[in-house]
Design a protein around this ligand. Structure first.
Ligand code: F6P
Length: 458
């Protein structure tokens, strides 16, 4: 193996550069040249195949900074559909012209689907990433539990019965995906900051976080000590919720609720409005769960509830919503993400060299070994109908009565996050936030530097 390609597909995460860095450093050790393909699969389908040499003379280019969020290669949600045979037939000779012997795709479930048809033509492996933490399984035979049912938005027309009442953390495939820890870190800060203002103004704050159909981000937000955590996997019992909110409001004069963007009511209706996105995993874009929840709570409480508590404001102004939004997907990655993203990037290079076509690198955990790297054939994630599902928070990780993580859920979070922030992360905040030089210099975009390095096929 002399030359490999690498690309970043789907939504970005703060740890993508760290993964690329880990891959390039491992490639340097193995004497392999790495070409970074610009803008994910959009670069692959571009006849000019724009690319960048990431390690000329086997030394990593300085623009590749593992501490910097985003991806210096650029990302896109473009994917190659297996049905586009003409396009696929054009891609193979194009990559051959570049002399690429294998391709590392950094991505999530949508990326595996995009990689599949390419892996039938030449070696491809996946290095995982997603802030949603939904690329993986609760246990290895989980995909066999999916059965075809009525079309249910967001769960791809099939559903799972969760045959196991509980899970063992050691059995999880991909304990955590790079990007998740940083997203949780950002959300926790947001929750803590909204808390004190809700507290002062005696308001009910509803904070919407990302994660699509998976509730790992709201689950992790528990470190910010929200009063109520709502995850998409657990349909909301509105009576129970109303009762709990009233109880908390009476007790502490304010309430903080974190809501995952994909939450549903008991009839299965998604609270957030949705529009189709473009990736073949069938992922949908959600927005509006917090607003809808506010509407439902305001309707149930009415202005009288707050009036009778000497809060002379309407329900509409007492209850407010905030989205953490894309801040949870950007910026500097924290230590846990940087370290394991780089390790997974290195592992992806090993997999390519070992000819493990269509495999993904995984981050596993056991009480005995702690975190360790492994790999899995990508098809092991597929259900009997060949679909890959976002990993859902297993019911045993969440206590729907208390709207909080269960005992096992807390253990899961502690295992990963207790030491996830490094001393250097804290030092970075101290040194860089109000660095005087920032006032006199413009933001220097990595896109400008990389642009100088882009080469195209002639
Ligand atoms: O999958 C990552 C993710 O950040 C989701 O949590 C979110 O729903 C979606 O991407 C947002 O996508 P976009 O950035 O394309 O709006």
């Amino acid at each position: 193996m002399r030359r490999i390609g690498i690309l970043t597909a789907g939504g970005d995460t703060p740890a993508l550069n760290a993964t690329i860095y880990g891959a390039v450093e491992r490639a340097n050790e193995r004497g392999i040249e790495v070409l970074g393909i610009i803008r994910g699969f959009a670069g692959v389908v571009d006849p000019r195949l724009p690319h960048v040499r990431l390690n000329p003379l086997r030394s990593t280019i300085p623009e590749l900074d593992p501490c910097r969020g985003g991806t210096l290669l650029g990302a896109s949600r473009t994917y190659v559909d297996p049905a586009q045979t003409e396009l696929l037939n054009e891609i193979k000779p194009r990559l051959a012209q570049l002399g690429i012997d294998g391709l590392i795709c950094i991505g999530g479930d949508g990326t595996i689907n995009g990689m599949q048809p390419l892996s039938e033509m030449f070696p491809c492996v996946l290095a995982p990433k997603t802030i949603d933490n939904d690329l993986g399984l609760n246990y290895i035979d989980e995909p066999s539990e999916w059965v075809l049912e009525h079309d249910h938005p967001g769960v791809h027309g099939s559903t799972t019965a969760h045959a196991r009442e509980t899970i063992a953390l050691e059995d999880m495939i991909n304990f955590a995906t790079p990007g998740y820890a940083t997203a949780v870190y950002v959300v926790v800060q947001g929750v803590e900051r909204i808390r004190t203002t809700a507290e002062s103004h005696r308001r009910i704050a509803i904070i919407e976080v990302m994660g699509r159909d998976s509730g790992y981000i709201p689950l992790g937000s528990s470190y910010g000590q929200p009063d109520i955590v709502l995850i998409p996997e657990s349909p909301i019992d509105m009576d129970h919720l109303e009762h709990r909110v009233a109880e908390l409001y009476d007790m502490q004069k304010h309430v903080v609720i974190v809501v995952g963007e994909g939450v549903r009511d008991q009839s299965g209706r998604q609270l957030g409005a949705q529009t189709k996105s473009y990736d073949p995993a069938g992922n949908v874009v959600y927005s509006g769960a917090a607003e809808e929840l506010k509407r439902l709570l305001a309707m149930r409480f009415g202005d009288e509830f707050f009036g009778s508590r000497r809060k002379h404001e309407s329900a509409d102004s007492v209850i407010f919503t905030r989205k953490v939004g894309h801040t949870q997907r950007g910026g500097r990655p924290i230590k846990f993400d940087r370290f394991y993203a780089a390790q997974l990037g290195g592992k992806a290079v090993d997999l390519i060299v070992e000819n493990k076509n269509n495999h993904l690198a995984t981050l596993q955990w056991s009480a005995e070994k702690g975190f360790y790297l492994d790999s899995l054939p990508a098809n092991k994630l597929r259900d009997p109908f060949k679909r890959i599902h976002p990993r859902r928070v297993h019911p045993s990780l969440y206590d729907a009565q208390r709207f909080q993580p269960s005992t096992l859920g807390k253990e899961y979070l502690r295992t990963m996050l207790t030491n996830a922030v490094g001393a250097e992360d804290v030092e970075d905040i101290r040194m860089s936030t109000f660095s005087a030089g920032k006032l006199s210099s413009r933001y220097q975009s990595v896109n400008l530097d990389i642009h100088q390095r882009i080469e195209v096929l002639r």
